[in-house]
Structures are given as C-alpha cells and as structure tokens.
Ligand binder design. Sequence first.
Ligand code: EPU
Length: 301
Amino acid sequence: MRIEDPKFVAALAELDIELRSASSLTELTSLSIGGVTDLLRIKKHESIPGLLSLLDSHDVPHRFLGGGSNLLVSDGELPWVVLQLASADPDVVLEGNFAQVDAAADLGRTVTYCAKHDLGGMEGLIGVPGTVGGALRMNAGAYGMQIGSYVREVKLHRAGTRRIEILSGEQISFEYRHTSFAPDDMMLAVKLELPSKPYKEILQGIRICNEKRRSSQPLGQKSAGCIFKNPPGASAGRMIDELGLKGLSRGDARVSDRHANFFVNAGKASAKDMLGLIADVRERVHSAFNVELEHEVVIWA
Ligand code: EPU
C-alpha cells in the first residue's frame, strides 16, 4: 500500500514520522519472506495517537512490526502499511536492579548489556533474535525461563483506550508464549527487575545456552524460530521428526535438518511455499498423532 497524497505525507512529517516508501518485508524479517509496502518509522512515542488518527481518517490499515524474527508475511503488494518504532538512544537505562528498556532494543544486546552490569536472569534468551518489545508481547522464553517473570512495568499504547499507559507487572498475565495484551496494543518500553549476579557467572550460563542452541537449532539459516507451539506435555519438533519430515520442502521452504520445528528459507522461498509447507506438516501431524498444532510464528496473510 502506498501513501501518495501530499497532505498525508506532510502530516506524517509534522508528526516526525519517517516514511520509507515501497519497503520490502524480505529485508525486515528473519525469514526473508514478504511483499512490499510503505514503512512508517516512529521516532517519538508521543506521536502514536496522532499517527493512528491520521491513518484512520485516511482509511489506511496498518500492522505493527517489531524485529520481524517470529513473523511470516504474505507475498506481493501488501494491503496495509507497516509501523515500526525507531530505537531510542540510550535504549537501556539501569538503576539498581531495574532495567528500563526501550521496546525497540535488540533482545540479545540487552541481555549482554545487563550481564556486564552484573544483572542476570535472562541468560536463556541469549540467541533469541528480535526486539525486547517482541519478546515481551509473546513472553519469549527458553531453557526454563521466560521474560515475563522479570517484568515490573510496561509502557504501551493501548488499542482499547488509544492512549499511552503504564501497566504494572501484576496487571499482565504471562503464559507459555502468550500474554494478555490485546493484538493491537503497541509495546513501547518495559521495566525489568533482574537478580544481581557476577558477570562471570552470567557469562557461564550464557555460554551453556549458546552451546545448547548451536547444537540443536539451525542458527545460521533464515528462519522464524519454532513454527509451532509445543502442545502440553509434548514437543512439536520431536513429533515432526518422528514422522521423518526433516528436509521436506516446497520450493525453497524446508523443514530444517537440524530441528524439525524450524522451517528455513533455503533460498528464495515465497510465503505461499512456506504456508503450504506449514499446512502440510500440520496435517500430517494431525493424521499421525491426532494433535492440532498451533502456530507459534505470527502470520500476516
Ligand atoms: N527433538 C527431536 N527432533 C527435533 C527437535 C527436537 O527429537 O528435530 C527432541 C529433542 O531431542 C528433545 C525434545 O525434542 O528431546 C525437545 O527439543 P528442544 O530441547 O529443542 O526443545 P523444543 O521443545 O523443541 C523449545 C522452544 C524453543 C526453545 C527451546 C529451548 C517452543 C515451541 N520451542 O523447543 O523456542 O529455544 O525449547 O528452551 O516452545 C521458539 O520459541 O521459537 C523456540 C525455538
């Protein structure tokens, strides 16, 4: 979708929104899949209510993009514009055991920055790509921990009230890869409370998680992490593997040889290829195990 009306373009500039015309979502997602649309970069949180009113008054639908690392976007000309927060500088501010983190901050860099200041707890998240906002929205977790456990406050733009609000950790429910935020709520910043730990000890934990991840996940390849959620008490990856589906492909979309719940883009896969592969694997798991796998990856179709 293109924004061409000069009045609209001028109103965006007034709100300090950067318009990047005809942006390709292949460059904004870790899967390197997705069509083309206008990208609106938000430099100041305060401009969000004005931006949303502007989009509404011009009947321009939108989607909100984080780091693009858990996302599968459809091909071709996309029927909505994409909003993305530009990162603040600095994006992490520490005070005692609290870390005030901008939602656009890179998750891995945040974990290491806190570690260097003797704040631990998030070792398991090292190697999870994406932004802190994205991790927060879906309660990212690994190796027995989840980010939600450390959240004390969240600054967000609420879809319901159309205002910027601050919620306390107790007002939010964090479950397995799920939170109580509304789909259109925009994460803006988070206050984490992290346990004190000497850097050396945190580093050891980080090394162990890195090693585990390297040995079991296709890190150097284009993927969106796990495609399906684990059903209660079971592992989607193990089920897909047991069916002998590693290496199964549609075009350049392929079930990873390393971890069967990672589907990789081995070249120039289209969303159609990837969606077809996902549907195929889901169907086969259903026939074999009578289990309906739920998508973990977010699909913008
Ligand atoms: N397994 C296989 N074959 C495979 C993959 C896994 O047999 O192809 C077996 C493993 O040997 C192991 C079991 O399945 O016995 C579980 O595998 P793993 O330890 O890799 O964990 P997972 O349940 O597949 C979950 C998360 C990952 C997270 C890891 C580590 C989900 C859907 N996946 O994977 O998160 O990194 O644990 O904590 O919750 C993600 O969210 O995108 C993600 C990758």
